[in-house]
Design a protein around this ligand. Structure first.
Ligand code: LLP
Length: 382
């Protein structure tokens, strides 16, 4: 639970805002570094999960690389200290302008998703007398058993190249002078809590590596994507990076030359952030009272978009418990953070913390209803 003493510290700050616990982030970063370094794994932080410059600077100075999905993310990553030789660039719809940003920044690798994209990167690179390094994003057709909106690795998906098309792509590569193939890229989905999915991914990658070996196509780099989930029921619990990296070490059949890359996002920043909001009104409902708060789906869209659960705590009150529907001010019925939530008796003015909001929170905010975006507050600055 967020400390009730925190209320005093936070009460003067205009709500809603994102509150980042820097010790939690620091501990998470240390765990990742320790466990990944054990096996020489290379970690590229997925900027899409949280691109707050202060957080990015901490991650770049801790030795993480960056996983970017837009030209602007590449620019933000380099501004915040990530070295371009540690930047990978993924995305099924890279524009020419974004590809040129990647080329101009001399990034480590484009993770490419179609034969046509490879040709376009080749053309744009030729014009700049440049050789682009690429990895082929292969659709491994592995079920991740997560929310359908964030499942990416099954066959009928817009992401990646299917194995049945891979021979055409590799023979095309032989004809392109401005492309160097570094390796392969995979990603099966996000918020994966069943470790078996990663074991299945490893087995599938082993089979695919067999195909590449049989066809004499060298694979130096294997990028297994991101996807490690967090426990939204228990914000104090950090992901088990020892188990996660251990699975890839044990199940991936790599040779000594091959480097394994990861792209975690949620598991890095998720548990360090909370959305802090103030109760505006408590309104009688037929069965459950409504706590109407000043944060809405514009600040944290996950509950509205994915029916995602975030633990909610009242950090102002410790009195006896009641049940509340915690809802935002936006004119949409989906603007709700949770139904029948167990909270201490809640009143106008109380501060609520919507936990585990460090990933895919601030970055997915919008100005719908012309609302201002929530600011970020860091525990080491107050
Ligand atoms: N690599 C690729 C190619 C990805 O598509 C993603 C996430 C990641 C890495 C990072 O995955 P993570 O470690 O964060 O699971 N907005 C959704 C999540 C979308 C994830 C998209 N791709 C949510 O709020 O749950």
């Amino acid at each position: 639970m967020l400390d009730n003493k925190l209320e005093e510290k936070l009460s003067g700050i205009r709500t809603p805002f994102y509150y980042y616990e820097m010790d939690v982030l620091g501990l998470t970063v240390d765990n990742i570094k320790r466990e990944a370094d054990r096996y020489g794994f290379k970690v590229h932080y997925a900027l899409k999960s949280n691109a707050n410059p202060k957080i990015l600077r901490i991650l770049s100075s801790s030795g993480f690389g960056a996983d970017c999905v837009s030209g602007n993310e590449i620019e933000m990553a380099t501004e915040c200290g990530f070295s371009s030789e540690d930047i990978v660039f993924a995305g099924v719809g890279k524009t020419d302008e974004e590809i040129i940003t990647g080329i101009d920044n001399d990034i480590f690798c484009f993770n490419v998703e179609s034969a046509e994209e490879v040709s376009i990167i080749n053309d744009l690179s030729r014009k700049k007398e440049y050789i682009s390094r690429i990895s082929l994003r292969i659709n491994p057709n592995v079920e991740a058993n997560t929310h359908k909106y964030i499942t990416t690795g099954i066959e009928e998906s817009k992401f990646g190249i299917n194995m049945r098309d891979i021979e055409d792509v590799t023979s095309l590569l032989g004809k392109l002078d401005n492309i160097e193939l570094l390796g392969l890229h995979f990603h099966i989905g996000s918020q994966i809590r069943q470790m078996d999915a990663f074991k299945r991914l490893c087995s599938r990658i082993n089979e695919i590596l067999g195909w590449f070996e049989a066809h004499n196509v060298p694979v130096r780099h294997i990028n297994v994507g991101g996807g490690l989930g967090i426990n939204y029921d228990d914000p104090e619990e950090l992901p088990d990076f020892a188990e996660y990296f251990g699975i890839f070490n044990e199940h991936l059949e790599r040779n000594d030359e091959q480097v394994i890359h990861f792209e975690p996002g949620r598991s890095v920043t998720g548990q360090s952030g909370s959305l802090i909001t103030r109760v505006l009104y408590v309104k009688k409902g037929t069965q459950t009272d409504f706590a109407v708060v000043d944060a809405g789906m514009t600040d944290l869209i996950r509950p509205a978009l994915y029916s995602a659960h975030h633990k909610i705590e009242n950090i102002s009150s410790v009195k006896k418990h009641g049940k509340y529907n915690v809802v935002g001010p936006i004119c949409e019925s989906s603007d709700s953070f949770g139904k029948y939530i167990d909270l201490p008796e809640t009143h106008r003015g109380d501060l609520l913390a919507i936990r585990s909001a460090g990933a895919y929170g601030e970055v997915m905010a919008s100005n719908y209803n012309l609302r201002k975006k929530a600011v970020s507050v860091f525990s080491d600055e107050i």
